[in-house]
Design a protein around this ligand. Structure first.
Ligand SMILES: Cc1cc2nc3c(=O)[nH]c(=O)nc-3n(C[C@H](O)[C@H](O)[C@H](O)COP(=O)(O)O)c2cc1C
Length: 312
């Protein structure tokens, strides 16, 4: 099954259960940001290699000191996905591990849903109550392999023309981010960077990793594609990317542009609608990446480089 097929199955599930699919599937306005990423991805062609000999491509890599089977992981999702499966966080954690990758967990989520989990990456929100934010980081300390904040989520999310304001959140300043980074011994992730200037600031604040993202287009209709930003930045630290990446070819393209890993959000939402579906979705992308690497002549991830791309 490819991701489109998982999406189709999820849509039948939403209809059957009377769940408002738009809350998960939707993005701001008319969905231009999805189109923009698809357009930019389409401008990159992949050169194949037919005389590189026979081999099996190795997709394994290391993130935050943990070996993972392939560089595609579940994007952090909030407790909103509990409507689909009450055990969503346990499932995301267990099925990611079964697929050989690290689980990312979003916010808010109830304590009882995550206190039993270990070795995940927890992305907290920029809580207006800064003392609470510090307490959450402390909570992460003995459970997580990394912690971070979704920096782009401080004002609202927009789905279609519906605006969901976030009264309990407030943007972090550079000094506040630097302070958060300094209080934890865990690797710190800045998620939601979408400009060269913020990328450099997050590096300067001491972050260990950055996720370039437009939050799946759920803030601005006209947000640039993270793929465009990735192509423009000068990579300095571990850099991931998400938003509208849906196939092994998409993954190979962003790895060739310098990304170290990819997160997928809605595909994981689709996976939650079927038994063992999160694992299946992740493995689908991992296998597609492996096949694409083979056809493009890459034996391992280190060999991937921008020469494989030709832009229209
Ligand atoms: C239902 C839903 C809930 C989300 N919750 C969070 C969250 O709690 N924290 C966060 O950093 N991002 C959250 N996101 C954004 C995702 O982490 C990710 O950036 C986005 O979904 C990537 O785009 P994709 O869904 O097209 O792959 C959420 C996205 C969706 C669809």
């Amino acid at each position: 099954m490819c991701i489109e097929e998982f999406a189709a199955r999820a849509h039948s599930f939403f209809t059957e259960k009377g769940i408002d699919a738009e809350l998960f599937e939707g993005s701001a306005g008319k969905g231009w940001s999805a189109e923009r990423t698809q357009i930019i991805l389409r401008t990159y062609g992949l050169k194949t290699r037919v005389l590189a000999g026979d081999f099996e491509s190795d997709t394994a890599t290391n993130i935050f000191g943990t070996q993972i089977t392939f560089p595609v992981m579940p994007a952090p999702l909030s407790g909103a996905v509990k409507v689909i499966d009450r055990d969503c966080f346990t499932r995301i954690a267990d099925e990611s591990k079964a697929a050989g990758v690290l689980p990312w967990i979003g916010y808010p989520c109830e304590r009882r849903d995550i206190e039993g989990l270990r070795d995940f990456i927890w992305i907290i929100k920029p809580l207006k109550d800064r003392r609470m934010l510090y307490r959450e980081i402390e909570f992460a300390e003995e459970r997580c392999v990394a912690v971070g904040v979704d920096l782009d989520c401080f004002a609202f999310e927009k789905i279609g023309n519906r605006i969901f304001p976030y009264e309990y959140l407030k943007a972090l300043s550079f000094d506040e981010l630097s302070d958060l980074v300094s209080i934890t011994k865990l690797p710190f992730v800045a998620k939601g960077i979408l400009s060269e200037i913020d990328y450099d600031l997050a590096v300067k604040a001491g972050c260990d990793a950055i996720v370039i993202s437009n939050r799946g287009g759920r803030i601005l209709e006209s947000a640039v594609s993270p793929v465009e930003v990735l192509a423009r930045i000068e990579k300095q630290i571990t850099t991931g990317i998400d938003s509208f990446l849906r196939s092994g070819e998409d993954v190979l393209k962003v790895l060739a542009l310098g990304a170290d890993f990819v997160l997928v959000g809605r595909p994981v939402v689709y996976g939650l609608t079927i038994e063992n579906g999160v694992k299946a979705v992740l493995e689908c992308l991992g296998n597609e990446l492996k096949q694409t690497m083979k056809v493009c002549g890459f034996r391992n991830l280190k060999e991937i480089n921008p020469d494989v791309l030709v832009q229209l």
